[in-house]
Ligand binder design. Structure first.
Ligand SMILES: [Cu+2]
Length: 108
């Protein structure tokens, strides 16, 4: 039984390492009070880098159950990254500019 447990642990270690290797990093810019795209399809474990290219601040957030976050307000040239760790739909908005919308579909 002890041997089974340790080989199981090794399997989980290898499996999670494989997930990290295959994770992709996407970039979505904020420019002219818009996201650089309206929709994005990612897989569980992927991350999205939100880069502010406007000469004023944005505050990117999501209230979706799949991924709830608030990146706070940050100025031009800065970026923050969100890792999507659960499958589902994530609606992303900007607290400063209510017309800004992005939908991220996270699949397994
Ligand atoms: Cu904004």
């Amino acid at each position: 039984m002890k041997k089974f447990t340790s080989s199981m642990a090794l399997f989980l270690l290898v499996a999670s390492a494989a997930t990290v290797v295959h994770a992709k990093d996407f970039e979505v810019a904020q420019k002219d009070k818009k996201f650089s795209q309206k929709a994005l399809a990612v897989k569980v474990g992927d991350s999205v880098n939100f880069k502010n290219q406007d000469p004023f601040s944005h505050n990117i957030y999501s209230l979706s159950d799949t991924k709830t976050f608030d990146l706070g307000s940050y100025p031009q040239g800065q970026s923050k990254t969100v890792v999507f760790d659960k499958p589902g739909t994530v609606e992303i908005e900007c607290a400063i500019h209510p017309d800004m919308k992005l939908v991220v579909e996270v699949s397994k």
